[in-house]
Design a binder for this molecule. Structure first.
Ligand code: UGA
Length: 434
């Protein structure tokens, strides 16, 4: 292996984070070698086939194919690359904390030969870096958590708000090397110790989740007192100490990160003897928020037994086919539990939905899902839903009732199209104000 600066960047784990990281480093002009254990995945990537739905990624990979190499061979990766970006999954375990088995199996494959720098992108509990350093003392270790959002990951990589880099005093040279890779992107570089870096990741996700549960509770109070939560969020967000982002109420946050990381931080605190009260509430509010939609439907339809309810959007947010912890999962199960017949449509998550939503008929078009329905719930705010022929849809439904779970549609236009419209936290919208 050459240890000069031109050695390729190594990426271990070619899931969503690994693939975006590999493609973006290639776009920045680096040679990248990315390794995954799944042979079929590596084979299809070699053919230029990308199965992950992420805007801009297919083009990026095609454009940089001469600099991007995929392999299953760890020895090849270790021979050629010096900086190793670890991008393997750390899914929730049975008990709710992070399952580090994939990180451990990577560690077992890496020789402690003093030649490599391990850069941890995977989300790991604070203290993990210390443990790895103890177990593999010859390895330089740098924590560099990822803050990419699904659906805008390429953009987020290329224009980071900040890049967090954590290393011990011993590994400062390696930390600087990693910082140099990110410097051209322009985000603020936060150089810190390993545990603080790991904690920044968990705390950021837990804080954003807290904001969402907070605004969801404000929305629920708005429904009681006749205020409009979108006005409230706008008025709050203009205070620079608060800021406007992540104040969109809805039917709960999902995805592979927020629910997992809030829980992981709560457990981590608990295991260290600290009872993190706030996070219990964040989790509970998020669960209740999904169930409130069912109560709204019952209020309009009396009973859901035998009623046909259409879900529009199944992914945990737009621009992804990811349904992990998506609100649609809980919602469809609750609706079916109440005796409703559930039909659904999503522009890209159709295949995932067919496996994950047993008993739910997944339609090929939104129009098919709406036809004959007693109610529709907008679960995910896919832009194409704004352009549906809503008047035509209203005419095709048994009862034109919509619960807009993301406050995404124009309430007045929906009423003009013939719908009874209800959003989240906007009781007076579309009607005369007092
Ligand atoms: C989140 C973080 O935003 C990223 O910074 C982080 O890197 C990533 O987790 C991770 O740890 O890997 P992501 O899960 O892709 O990114 O999605 P977000 O855009 O953050 O949305 C998460 C959930 O919150 C979605 O269900 C979304 O609908 C919901 N949300 C978001 C709201 O309900 N209201 C909001 O105002 C914003």
């Amino acid at each position: 292996m050459s240890s000069n600066e031109r050695a390729p960047i190594g990426v271990i784990g070619v899931g969503w984070v690994g693939l975006v990281t590999a493609a973006c480093f290639a776009e920045l002009g680096h040679e990248v070698i990315a390794r995954d254990v799944v042979e079929e995945k590596v084979e299809s990537l070699r053919r230029g086939e990308v199965t992950i739905h992420e805007p801009g990624l297919v083009d990026l990979i095609a454009r940089n194919s001469d600099r991007l190499h995929f392999t299953t061979d760890m020895a090849e990766l270790l021979n050629r690359a010096r900086l190793l970006f670890v991008c393997v999954d750390t899914p929730p375990s049975y008990s709710g904390d992070a399952d580090l088995s994939r990180v451990r199996s990577v560690m077992a494959d890496i020789k402690d030969d003093g030649d490599h720098v391990l850069v941890m992108k995977s989300t790991v509990p604070p203290g993990t870096g210390e443990t790895i350093r103890r177990d593999l003392p010859g390895l330089a270790y740098v924590s560099c958590p990822e803050f990419l959002k699904e659906g805008s990951a390429v953009e987020d990589f290329m224009h980071p708000d900040r890049v967090v880099i954590g290393a011990s005093d011993r590994d400062q040279a390696a930390a600087r090397e990693v910082a140099d890779l990110y410097r051209p992107l322009g985000g603020e570089l936060v150089m810190t110790d390993t545990s603080s870096s790991e904690m920044i990741k968990l705390a950021s996700n837990a804080y954003l989740s807290t904001r969402i549960s907070f605004i969801n509770e404000i929305a629920n109070v708005c429904e009681e007192v006749g205020a409009d939560v979108t006005e409230v969020a706008r008025g709050m967000g203009l205070d620079q100490r608060i800021g406007p982002q992540f104040l969109r109420p809805g039917i709960g946050f999902g995805g592979s990160c927020f629910p997992k990381d809030v829980n992981a931080l709560k457990l981590l605190a608990g295991n260290s003897g600290y009872h993190f009260q706030l996070l219990n509430a964040v989790i509970e509010v998020n669960e209740l928020q999904k169930r409130r939609v069912v109560s709204k439907l019952v209020r309009h339809l009396d009973s859901l037994v035998g009623k046909r309810v259409a879900l529009l959007g199944l992914a945990f947010k737009p621009d992804t086919d990811d349904m992990r912890e998506a609100s649609s999962l809980v919602l469809s199960a609750r609706l079916r539990g109440e005796g409703a017949e559930v039909v659904a449509y999503d522009p890209v998550a159709r295949e995932n939905a067919r496996t994950l939503l047993p008993g739910v008929e997944v339609m090929v078009t939104a129009e098919q899902a709406l036809e004959g329905a007693d109610a529709v719930v907008l679960v995910t705010e896919w832009p194409e839903f704004r352009d549906l022929d809503w008047a035509g849809a209203a005419a095709s439904m048994r009862r034109p009732l919509i619960i807009d779970g993301r406050n995404f549609l124009d309430a007045d236009a929906m009423r003009q199209a013939g719908f009874t419209y209800e959003g989240i936290g906007r009781p007076g919208v579309g009607t005369e104000r007092e």
